[in-house]
Design a protein around this ligand. Structure first.
Ligand code: GLN
Length: 546
C-alpha cells in the first residue's frame, strides 16, 4: 500500500510573534517521540527569495541548512527540537513562488493562458507542500504559514492550503490555529474576543480550524472559557488547548502534551502509533532548573540590540549549560564601544568570551581588542566565523608583529591581508546566495583541544562566509604558537585555529551553533562552557552555586 502522508497546517492570529515556530517544533517533537517520521516546513510571505540579504535587524539570524540554504530562524527550532536536518525545500518564500511561476511563463509552460494568482500561484504553493525530499516517506508534514491571518500577503498561502485540504481529504489534513487570549488586568479577566475575530477571518477564507492553541500569560484557561471559545469558534471544546507562558521554550512540548495535543492530532488524523516517549526530553528539562554552577559569558558583536540575531548561539549556550550543569548567563556586549583603553572594564567579570559572525568593518576593532584581552588574560575564548578572522588579525598584529594585519573585507588593497577573498569569490557580483554556504568536511588534527572535543578525525560543519585564512601566513602563525586544528583538505583551507598556551582559545571558520541540538549539544560549546566553569572556579576559589 502506498505510504500516506498526513499534513498539518499551523496558522497564527491576533498578533505576530506568538511562537508558531516553537509550537510547530514542539508538536513535531511530540509526534516524533511517538515513533513517527516528521518534518516541518515554513512558508514565508515576503518577496525576498530568502532572508540571506536582509539585515539581522530586519529578520534576526539567518539559519543555514546542510544543503546551503539561507533560511528563517524557525528552521533552527525545527532542527533543535526534532534532531533532524532540514533542507532548502523546508523554507519557501513568496519570492521563490513568484520566481518559479515567472520562469515557467517565460518558458511558455502555461501554453498561452493568462497567469493568475489562482490557480498558478496557488498550484505552485501546493506543489511545494508535497515536494519535500523524495526519499523521505514522511508520516507527517507540518507546514507553518508565516505572518498573521488577515495580512494581505499570506492570502495566497491560505487559499492554497484550503484547496490542498479539500483535495487530500479530511482524514489526511488538519488546521491548527494559534491565537492570543490576553489578560486584561483592569477587568481581571481573560478576553476571548480577539480569538473569535481571528477564527472568523480564517473561516471567511474557507478554513475551519480543528484545533485552537491559545497563548495565555499563565495557566488560567478554565473549562468555562474553553467552552466559550469552542462555542464561538465552532471548535470541539477538547480541541481548545492552552499554551501558557513559560521560562524555557523547551518546556512548551510538555505543556502541549499536558493538554493532550499529540493525542488530539493523532486521533483526528487516524494515525496509528505508540504513546510519546519523552524520557530524554524530561531529563533535559529537569536539569534546566538544577544547575550547580553559574557562568557569565560575553558575546561581543554588533547586533546586540536584537538577541534574535544570535539565536542559535544563545540556544547552543543553553544546551551546553544543561550538559555542564551550569546556568549560562549571556551578556551581549556592543563591540563598537570597546577600545584598548576601556576593554578591561567591559570584560573583567566574564568567565568566557565569544566573538560571533558578522559582516563589514563596523565594530571590528573592538572585537580585536576583546580577543587580545581574552588571549593575554587567559580567559576562555571562542571565535565564530568573523570571530576566527578577527582572532587571526589580532594574533598577526600583536604576536607575529605584522602591524597592519587586516582582512580583504576591510582593506582590499592592503599587503597584510591575513584574511582574504577566496579565488572563486573574486568574480562574484551578486549578493544573494553566493557565499560559501552549507556543509563542508573538516579534518581534525590529533592531539588538539578540538580533536579531543569531537572525539573523531573528520566532521562536517556549516558555513556562511566569503573570506578565508590566507595560507601564506600559516608558517609564521605556527612558529608563534598558533595551531591549525581543522582543515578542509580538498581546498587546503583553514577551518579551526587554537592556541597552545591558553586554557581554551578556539575559533572556527564555520558556525558550530547551527548544529547544537537539545538532546545532542555541540561538543565545542560543551567544552567552551566547561572551560568557563573551570575559569570561574579558579577566580572564585569554589564553584558558585546558582
Ligand atoms: N564577513 C566574513 C566573511 O564573509 C565573515 C562572515 C560571517 O561571520 N558569517 O567571510
Amino acid at each position: 500500500m502506498k505510504h500516506k502522508t498526513k499534513y498539518i497546517f499551523v496558522t497564527g492570529g491576533v498578533i505576530s510573534a506568538l511562537g508558531k515556530g516553537i509550537v510547530s517544533a514542539s508538536l513535531g517533537m511530540l509526534l516524533k517521540s511517538r515513533g513517527l517520521k516528521v518534518t516541518i516546513q515554513k512558508f514565508d510571505p515576503y518577496i525576498n527569495l530568502d532572508p540571506g540579504t536582509m539585515s539581522p535587524y530586519q529578520h534576526g539570524e539567518v539559519y543555514v541548512t546542510e544543503d546551503g540554504a539561507e533560511t528563517d530562524l524557525d528552521l533552527g527550532h525545527y532542527e533543535r527540537f526534532l534532531g533532524v536536518n532540514m533542507t532548502r525545500k523546508n523554507n519557501i518564500t513568496t519570492g521563490q513562488i513568484y520566481n518559479n511561476v515567472i520562469q515557467k511563463e517565460r518558458n511558455g509552460d502555461y501554453h498561452g493562458v493568462t497567469v493568475q494568482v489562482i490557480p498558478h500561484i496557488t498550484d505552485e504553493i501546493k506543489s511545494f507542500i508535497t515536494d519535500l525530499p523524495q526519499n523521505e516517506n514522511f508520516d507527517v508534514v507540518i507546514t507553518e504559514i508565516g505572518g498573521t491571518v488577515g495580512d494581505i500577503e499570506s492570502l495566497p498561502f491560505l487559499e492554497a492550503i484550503r484547496q490542498f485540504a479539500l483535495e487530500q481529504g479530511k482524514d489526511n489534513t488538519m488546521f491548527i490555529h494559534l491565537t492570543l487570549v490576553p489578560w486584561i488586568s483592569a477587568a481581571s479577566e481573560l478576553k476571548t474576543k480577539p480569538t473569535q475575530h481571528s477564527v472568523q477571518k480564517l473561516r471567511e477564507i474557507g478554513i475551519i480550524p480543528d484545533v485552537l492553541i491559545c497563548r495565555t500569560p499563565k495557566k488560567s484557561l478554565t473549562k468555562t472559557i474553553k467552552s466559550k471559545i469552542a462555542l464561538f469558534c465552532n471548535v470541539d471544546k477538547d480541541n481548545v488547548i492552552e499554551c501558557y507562558d513559560t521560562d524555557s521554550i523547551y518546556k512548551v512540548p510538555l505543556i502541549l502534551r499536558g493538554e493532550k495535543l499529540d493525542k488530539t492530532v493523532t486521533e483526528r488524523l487516524k494515525i496509528k502509533c505508540h504513546e510519546a516517549i519523552l524520557d530524554e526530553w524530561n531529563t533535559f528539562v529537569d536539569k534546566i532548573s538544577t544547575p550547580n554552577f553559574h557562568v557569565k559569558i560575553g558575546v561581543v558583536g554588533k547586533y546586540v540590540k536584537l538577541p534574535d540575531a544570535y539565536k542559535s548561539i544563545l540556544e547552543a549556550f543553553f544546551h551546553a549549560g544543561v550538559e555542564n550543569s551550569a546556568k549560562v548567563e549571556v551578556k551581549l556586549i556592543d563591540s563598537e564601544k570597546i577600545t584598548s583603553e576601556n576593554a578591561k572594564s567591559y570584560l573583567l567579570n566574564l568567565d568566557g568570551i565569544l566573538v560571533p559572525g558578522g559582516f563589514d568593518i563596523r565594530g571590528v576593532e573592538g572585537k580585536i581588542e576583546t580577543i587580545r584581552f581574552a588571549r593575554e588574560n587567559k580567559v576562555p575564548f571562542f571565535g565564530i566565523c568573523l570571530g576566527l578572522q578577527c582572532a587571526s588579525i589580532e594574533f598577526a598584529r600583536n604576536v607575529c608583529n605584522i602591524k597592519n594585519a587586516t582582512s580583504g573585507e576591510f582593506q582590499p588593497k592592503s599587503r597584510s591581508k591575513v584574511i582574504d577573498l577566496m579565488e572563486e569569490q573574486k568574480s562574484v557580483k551578486k549578493l544573494g546566495g553566493t557565499m560559501r554556504l552549507g556543509s563542508y568536511l573538516c579534518t581534525l588534527t590529533e592531539g588538539t583541544k578540538t580533536y579531543k572535543s569531537y572525539g573523531k578525525d573528520i566532521v562536517t560543519e556549516r558555513h556562511r562566509h566569503r573570506y578565508e585564512f590566507s595560507n601564506q601566513f600559516r608558517e609564521i602563525f605556527e612558529a608563534n604558537g598558533m595551531v591549525f586544528s581543522g582543515i578542509w583538505e580538498e581546498q587546503n583551507l583553514v577551518e579551526i585555529i587554537e592556541l597552545k598556551n591558553h586554557p581554551w582559545f578556539v575559533a572556527t571558520q564555520f558556525h558550530p551553533e547551527l548544529k547544537s541540538r537539545v538532546i545532542n549539544c555541540h561538543p565545542l560549546f560543551r567544552d567552551f562552557v566547561k572551560a568557563a566553569v573551570v575559569f570561574s572556579q579558579s577566580k572564585n576559589g569554589n564553584p558558585e552555586k546558582d
